[in-house]
Every structure is written in C-alpha cells, then in structure tokens.
Design a protein around this ligand. Structure first.
Ligand code: NAD
Ligand code: ZN
Ligand code: ZN
Length: 307
C-alpha cells in the first residue's frame, strides 16, 4: 500500500536465504535410508523442508497448497521462505497469501510485546508539505473499522512480528504550519510549529491499565522546528512516528508523577519558542541530530519519509 511495495517485496524483506532446497523431496517415505538423508539435508541448512508448511499443510518440499488470487508464480529456489528472526519456514507463496489476507480482511492482528498486547493499526500516509497550511489527522474511523492492515507479518507458529514498530499513543490530532519567525540559533529560516492535541480517554488493551481512564495534561502542546531542510526532514519523520503511534504514550509522567496520563515517548520535542527556561527550548545545536537518532531508535529512518 505505502511506498508502492508489492506484497512479495515486503515478505522478502523478512526472509533469510534458505540454502539449496532439494529438487524433489518425498516426505511420505518412511524407510530408514531416507531418514539419514533427512538428517544430512537438515545439516546443510534445509531444516524443515520435510515438514509440512503449517499455513497450507502441504510439504515444504513441494508446491504451496494456496490456490487463491493475488499470488504469482515463484521459482523453485524461492519456493520456501525462512523468517529471518525466528527461523520458521513456510512456502513463500503461503506467506504472501497470508500477508495479503491480513491486509484485506479486517482481522485484528494482535501480538505480545514486552507483556503488552499491541494492535497494528491502519494508518494514513502523510504528506509533509510545510509550505501549505496542512493538517494531519489520524484516521480514527479507519482504525476502528479496520484495525489491522499494517506493513507487518506475524509468524503463525511463534507469533514473532516482522515489520514496523508501532506504539500505543492514544487517538488525537497532529497539525503543523510555518510561522514567519526565526528560532534562536536558526536566524536564516522561518519556523515550523507542530500542534499535538490528544484528549483524555479510556485505556485500551495496549495500555498499562486497560479500561481505566487516562488524563491528558497541557494539550494542545506546541512544538517548534526550524523550517530548514533538516528541520523539514525531521518533520516528515515525526509524521511517520505519529502515524505509528510513537510520539506519545500512556504512563507515569516523570515531571509531575501523575500516573495513567499521556506522556512524551522517546522522541524529544522543543516546546519553547523564544526562551529556554525548561531546557526544552532553543538554541540547541545538536537537537535535530538527536531527534533523528531517537527516531532511528524507533525504527524510523529517512527512507520512511519517501512517501
Ligand atoms: P515526562 O515528564 O514523563 O517526560 C517524558 C519526556 O518528555 C522526557 O524526555 C522529558 O525530558 C520530556 N519533557 C518533559 N517536559 C517537557 C516539556 N515541557 N517539553 C518538551 N519535552 C518535555 O512527560 P510529560 O508528562 O508528557 O511532560 C511534561 C510536560 O507536559 C510539561 O512540561 C508540560 O509541557 C506538559 N504538562 C502540562 C500540564 C498542564 O497542566 N499545563 C500538566 C502536566 C504536563
Ligand atoms: Zn504452504
Ligand atoms: Zn516463528
């Protein structure tokens, strides 16, 4: 959907090379001579090829049992995919079919991550265009009506998630515009003001205390970036971070000590314009690079901004 990647390309990103799958494999054989062959093949990296693909229940050494639409032909060499992190293997076409299915049918994809269930949500691609007054809204309805559809794949055996990191930021709004004033330390350009607004609400299953209310203090929160090339790049990546629910979280504020409240996540923002009373103002020569580093730690890089 995003970035024009085909499902095959997305799935391939999550795979390891499986070395030399055997030309023809007879998984039904039960004689002991074949057993030793099985062990040998296992040792040269063909682990699991004698097993069934647990998506289609057909042997991995043979063709995928998937017969539906949306999955093209595949060469013998690429017929089996081994997921890079957990090592579980499936027919490549079965993985593509599963990916396509997860993106279309509206099933909720939930997964365990650090003891919290997180929900992958469909998000809208942002256009960072700070020259025009522009608004970025999270697609609340889409999120509720079709809470799946992310660029990720989940291993059906061990539930490992392959794909983008998403957070648990509550629903809200991110807006930005250019203001015709310069920030301290950036005398040669105008500035970008970002306005985040998140209302209080009820915690979901991805939050520390599901079902309990959370507060939202100090919103709308105004933040500033220089309207320079690098500042605009940071803005584009922040829009991606917003889409992935990574700008805010729900937890205990280290400033106020209040629990069950909306807090900044791990990406620093400058909330003071002309002064620096809180330490969250300008000038701060390292700020943009720091933010880029923090975004990288959240899995967001320049490539993500190429909408
Ligand atoms: P927090 O205090 O748990 O801190 C999380 C991260 O945000 C830390 O990295 C911290 O350095 C950073 N941070 C803290 N204060 C910041 C600020 N003013 N500007 C930019 N970054 C800041 O997170 P939190 O509770 O979300 O942050 C506290 C801030 O929230 C307050 O300074 C204020 O801006 C706002 N707030 C306002 C009210 C209000 O009633 N007006 C109440 C509570 C919080
Ligand atoms: Zn299969
Ligand atoms: Zn697995």
């Amino acid at each position: 959907v995003r970035k024009g990647k085909t499902p095959e390309e997305v799935v391939k990103k999550y795979l390891q090379k499986v070395k030399s799958p055997p030309e023809e494999v007879s998984p039904a054989s039960d004689c002991s001579a074949d057993e030793s062959v099985k062990v040998l093949q296992t040792n040269v990296g063909s682990v699991g090829l004698f097993q069934d693909c647990t998506i289609c229940m057909e042997p991995l050494g043979g063709p995928s049992g998937y017969k539906g639409p949306g999955v093209g032909p595949v060469s013998k060499a690429e017929s089996v995919g081994r997921l890079a992190q957990c090592g579980h293997q499936y027919h490549f076409q079965c993985l593509v079919a599963m990916y396509n299915n997860g993106n279309k049918d509206g099933r909720s994809v939930q997964y365990q991550n650090q003891n919290q269930v997180q929900t992958c949500v469909r998000v809208r691609s942002p256009e960072a265009d700070p020259d025009q007054k522009s608004v970025e809204k999270p697609c609340e309805e889409e999120r509720e009506n079709n809470p799946t559809s992310c660029l990720s794949l989940q291993c059906p055996t061990c539930k490992t998630i392959y794909g983008v990191k998403t957070g648990n930021q509550p629903a809200g709004k991110m807006e930005y515009h250019v203001i015709p004033h310069s920030l301290p330390g950036h005398p040669d350009c105008k500035s970008i003001r970002i306005i985040y607004n998140i209302p209080p609400g009820i915690q979901g299953p991805e939050h520390p205390n599901p079902g309990k209310p959370f507060t939202a203090r100090g919103f709308p929160r105004h933040c500033y970036l220089p309207d320079s090339e690098k500042g605009r790049k940071v803005l584009r990546l922040l829009l991606v971070a917003w889409d992935r629910r990574l700008i805010f979280s729900v937890g205990t504020s280290s400033t106020t000590g209040e629990s069950d409240t909306v807090i900044w996540n791990e990406v620093h923002h400058k909330t003071e314009f002309g002064s620096n009373l809180t330490g969250h103002g300008f000038p701060d020569p390292g700020h943009l690079d720091n933010v880029l580093e923090e975004l990288r730690a959240q899995g967001i890089t320049e490539e993500d901004a190429l909408v």
